[in-house]
Design a protein around this ligand. Structure first.
Ligand code: FES
Length: 279
């Protein structure tokens, strides 16, 4: 059964939001979970974290960045178009409890999945200190949404065009060193950012959770594509995660596995470019 795109817009250059009619997914979705979609019968399967969901409207919101052939193809679709398959919600939901004070960190496109987690943690009675970061102000999105979902919000940009000039880790460190009792940190973003956050919190012994984004195929624990090493033990991010203890994750292995298919991705993009009519 195809899934209809109800709304589609480019939030900032190369980052898009699609709202898809998927009532059964929306009904069961929880913060931290993801879907696997396939644009058409012959398409590649790609995992996307659920950025928002509305059970009453029967919609799920997905945010993605144009990186490879499939995400570019998805970006070219508009309202009224449809997606062949959308399987989910998959993965374990984020742990939403009354922890006390939680620092939520979202970097780049990771701002999207951190949003429902921050909102859930606020609703559960936590003090939520959110830190969102991007390379530059022009690719920062959902600041207002994050403001609503947080007790305090900090913005960072690598180039200083908005908020703190520097990295999200600078603020994580500042908050912890300010004497604030931080009970938990959750970080979602590029692996290098999540590793850096883990490096900051570890000496302070602050429980830190990251949401991993390895290559996935079936999303149900059968293919092994999403294997990650956590505390020396092999885990499948699709069924055991995607959230794991940041201090136990082998980020070097994660990053090398993520780079595994870059030559094939380049080949697919080159092939597509060659097939495009010259203008
Ligand atoms: S995606 Fe296949 S085992 Fe996780």
């Amino acid at each position: 059964m195809p899934f209809t795109i109800l709304k589609k817009r480019e939030l900032v250059p190369t980052i898009h939001q699609v709202d898809v009619a998927a009532p059964r997914v929306a009904e069961k979705a929880m913060p931290g979970q993801f879907v696997i979609l396939r644009i058409d019968e012959c398409g590649e399967r790609i995992p996307l974290t659920i950025a928002d969901f509305d059970a009453a409207d029967g919609t799920v919101t997905l945010i993605f960045q144009e990186i490879g052939k499939t995400t570019r193809q998805l970006a070219s679709l508009g309202a009224g178009d449809s997606i062949a398959d959308l399987a989910g919600p998959l993965g374990c939901a984020s742990s939403i409890e009354r922890f006390g004070t939680v620092v939520c960190v979202g970097g780049g496109v990771g701002i999207a999945p951190i949003f429902p987690i921050a909102r859930g943690l606020m609703e559960a009675g936590n003090k939520v200190i959110s830190i969102i970061g991007a390379r530059s102000a022009d690719i920062l999105f959902w600041e207002e949404r994050m403001e609503e979902a947080s007790s305090e919000l900090y913005v960072t940009t690598d180039d200083g065009t908005k908020g703190h000039h520097g990295f999200v880790t600078d603020i994580v460190q500042k908050v912890i060193e300010s004497g604030e009792q931080v009970d938990r940190v959750i970080a979602i973003g590029p692996p290098v950012m999540m590793r850096a956050v883990a490096g900051v919190t570890k000496p302070f012994g602050v429980k830190t959770v990251v949401s991993l984004n390895p290559i996935m195929v079936d999303g149900t624990g059968m293919c092994g594509a999403c294997r990650v090493l956590v505390g020396g033990v092999t885990k499948f991010a699709c069924v055991d995660g995607p959230e794991f203890d940041a201090h136990e994750v082998d980020f070097t292995l994660l990053m090398s596995r993520l780079a595994m298919y870059l030559p094939e991705e380049k080949e697919a993009l080159d092939y597509e470019a060659a097939a495009e009519p010259a203008v």
